[in-house]
Design a protein. Structure first.
Lengths: 194, 195
């Protein structure tokens, strides 16, 4: 019994070591989910992987709405002006490594104090409905109006997609108290392999 | 007292623009979104004070010096927020998600309201799965159902089995210690069937 426990702990430690040392290596530009793989999320939306996206993007079809989208790290859309303008900066995050930060130049604004940043905040193994996954947490901080958006994606190299997302807006009110929106979120609920 | 006198003097000079001061302590704020059907919540001093279940709609709120923070959500669209600055004609609203867009709007009717009386928000379709507001008391997650809803039309009943067989579930592991359940022909590339 003891040996079984030790063996299990050993296997877990090896897996964790492999995660910390090889997790980044799994994430290379052009690495995308196999075409026709379907991801289903807790907000009832589904995405199907498609071939043909130019690196570093991966192409998906939104089965809920029918539109097609090219995403980098399962989060950043090629159709977004700020992503288009900063794709070289964003790809500098590869290979993913905790602490790396990309400072995105906002189109039409030279105010650095209002700069949007994407940071590899940490590594985290999380439980979502589909299972337990080792992920990198991508933190997008975006000044907006009198406050800022903080959005987090849990990007998992093993699935080449984000399995969790949260977003919250914070603003300092007139009395100095922070106001926060209710967090919005979704998680990966299912994977279907073709 | 001195402030009231100053207001009266200012009104007598300008002959307009001060009506709201004498209109009481509450104010109606209407919210329109494009598309309609968004849920909007109103926040002040960190607390939820009102909500519109489905836009277009309006709420009556108490005027104060505190800023009003409005968040609108609609499934399939990016959450949008609006900071209604107390006493200011200018307001900003922000949009999130991959578009990374933030822009200011000024649809204020002027300084006759403590807050901007009409808020118009354009919701941007979500490029990634739409962030939807989680219920405050969410039920415990049910067993994952990885089968997407079919989009094609339903075949004629005579050709459809009464109950489709449940898809095969496979337990898969990855070298980084990840472990998931998938449906389909096997594990994703780079994964192995769990023993």
């Amino acid at each position: 019994m003891t040996s079984v426990v030790k063996g299990g702990i050993g296997a877990m430690l090896i897996a964790m070591l492999a995660w910390t040392t090889e997790g980044a290596a799994q994430n290379v530009p052009g690495s995308c989910p196999a075409p026709r793989t379907i991801y289903t999320f807790t907000d009832s939306s589904s995405l199907q992987a498609l071939p043909g996206a130019p690196p570093p993007f991966c192409r998906f079809a939104n089965l809920s709405g029918g539109q097609q989208v090219d995403l980098f790290l399962g989060a950043f859309s090629a159709a977004s002006p700020i992503v288009q303008a900063n794709i070289d900066v964003l790809t500098s995050l590869l290979p993913l490594q905790v602490g790396k930060t990309a400072h995105l130049a906002r189109v039409g604004s030279g105010d650095r104090s209002r700069q949007t940043t994407v940071q590899i905040e940490k590594q985290e193994t999380i439980e979502v409905p589909v299972g337990r996954l080792a992920c990198f947490v991508l933190l997008w901080t975006e000044p907006s109006g009198q406050g800022k958006w903080e959005r987090r994606w849990w990007y998992c190299p093993s699935l080449e997609y984000a399995v969790k997302y949260t977003a919250q807006f914070e603003v300092v009110g007139a009395g100095g108290q922070p106001l926060s929106s209710q967090p919005t979120s979704w998680e990966l609920m299912g994977v279907r392999v073709p | 007292m001195a402030r009231s006198r100053a207001i009266i003097v200012a009104c007598s000079i300008l002959l307009s623009g001060c009506a709201s001061i004498f209109e009481g302590t509450t104010q109606q704020i209407s919210v329109n979104t494009t598309p309609a059907g968004a849920r909007c919540t109103f926040w002040k001093n960190g607390g939820l004070i009102a909500d519109i279940p489905s836009t277009p709609g309006a709420v009556t709120i108490r005027k104060s010096k505190d800023d009003l923070f409005i968040v609108c959500d609609k499934p399939g669209y990016v959450s949008a927020s609006f900071v209604n600055r107390s006493g200011l004609a200018m307001a900003t609203f922000a949009n999130i998600l991959t578009a990374g867009l933030a822009w200011a709007v000024d649809s204020s009717r002027g300084a006759d309201n403590k807050y901007q009386g009409e808020v118009n928000l354009a919701l941007v379709p979500a490029a990634t799965p739409a962030p939807v507001e989680q219920p405050r008391a969410a039920p415990a997650p049910t067993a994952p159902e990885p089968v997407p809803q079919p989009r094609a039309g339903t075949p004629a009943p005579a050709q459809v089995p009464v109950a489709a067989p449940a898809p095969q579930q496979i337990e898969c592991t990855a070298s980084d210690g990840s472990r998931i359940r998938v449906a389909g022909s096997g594990c994703p590339a780079g994964w192995a069937v769990a023993r």
